[in-house]
Design a protein around this ligand. Sequence first.
Ligand SMILES: C[S@@+](CC[C@H](N)C(=O)[O-])C[C@H]1O[C@@H](n2cnc3c(N)ncnc32)[C@H](O)[C@@H]1O
Length: 290
Amino acid sequence: MIVLILRMLLNEFRNHFTDTLIDDYPKTEITSFFRRLTDFYFQWPPTFMVLNPDYHLNQGELEKLSVALGALEEHKPLQYITNEAYFYGRTFHVNENVLIPRPETEDLVNWVLKDYLEVQHSLDVLELGTGSGCIAVSLAKEQSLFNIDALEVSEMALEVAKKNADFHHAKINFIQKDMKSLEFWNKPLDVIISNPPYIVPQEKKEMLPNVLDHEPHLALFTPEKDPLYFYKKIIVLAQSSLKPSGHLYFEINPNFSETLEAFVKAHTFKDIEVRNDIFGKKRMLKAVKL
Ligand SMILES: C[S@@+](CC[C@H](N)C(=O)[O-])C[C@H]1O[C@@H](n2cnc3c(N)ncnc32)[C@H](O)[C@@H]1O
C-alpha cells in the first residue's frame, strides 16, 4: 500500500520505512534496501543519513521512496524496482520478464572461464535460456576467444538480453527459439552452458513470495513434472553437436543432482563433476563429451 506523505524528516521516514517492513524482512536487509534506494535515486553516500538525520525530504524524494516502499511491501524484489542487478562485476538491466541473476550462476561462469583460461584458439559456445543475457555477456566480455550464440524463447527476455549486450559492447548472436525442439541446430560446438528452468511445481510451497509472485514462471518452472525436462533436451543436443572433449555446464537443482548425474553418466559423457554453491548445495555440473 502506498501512503502519500507530504513532509517528513529523513530520520522519520527511515523509521517509518523500517516499521512498515519489519514483519516481512530482517532488519539488516531493510537497512540495505534503504541505502540502496537512496544511493540509486539520489546518489547519497551511506554517511548522508548519519550526518543529516533532520534533512527535510522534498516532495519528489518522498514520492520516490514511498513508491519503492509500497513495492517492497508487496515483496517486489529490489532489482525490479531499480531495474538493475549486478552480475560478475557488471550492471545488468532487468525487469519482470527476466530472472534476476544469482550469485550461484556467477560460480558457473567462473568455472567455465577458469577451464578456458589458457585457450589459444576460438571456441563455439552456446548458451540455452539466456534470460537477461548475464551468462553470455559475462563470458563474451571475459574471454574474447568465445564465439557465443545465446538462445531464448521469450521475445521480451531477448529484448533485455540484447539491451545488456549492447550496453556492454558484447558480441553475441541471439536466437529466439524453443529449446524443446532443438533439431534445427547443426553447428558443432565446443561448449554448451545452461541454467534452465529447474523447479518442479511441488517445490512452490517452499518458495518465497518475492520469487514466486514476481519472477517469471517461464524462467523458474519445468513445463512438466519432470525436473530433468530441459536437461534431457540439452543432453540430446550435446550428443549430436558437442565436439569430442567439448564441455557441458549446467546449473542444477540440488534436490535432483543425483538423478541428473546418473542420467548424464548413462549418455556419452565422461569426467562428470558436481560442485556446491556457497550454501553447500549441489548446484553445478560439468561433463566432458566422449
Ligand atoms: C533459470 S532462467 C536463466 C536465465 C539466465 N541465463 C540466468 O542464468 O540468470 C531460464 C531461462 O530459460 C528461458 N526458457 C524457458 N523455457 C524455454 C524454452 N522452452 N526455450 C528456450 N528458453 C526457455 C526462460 O525464459 C529463462 O530466461
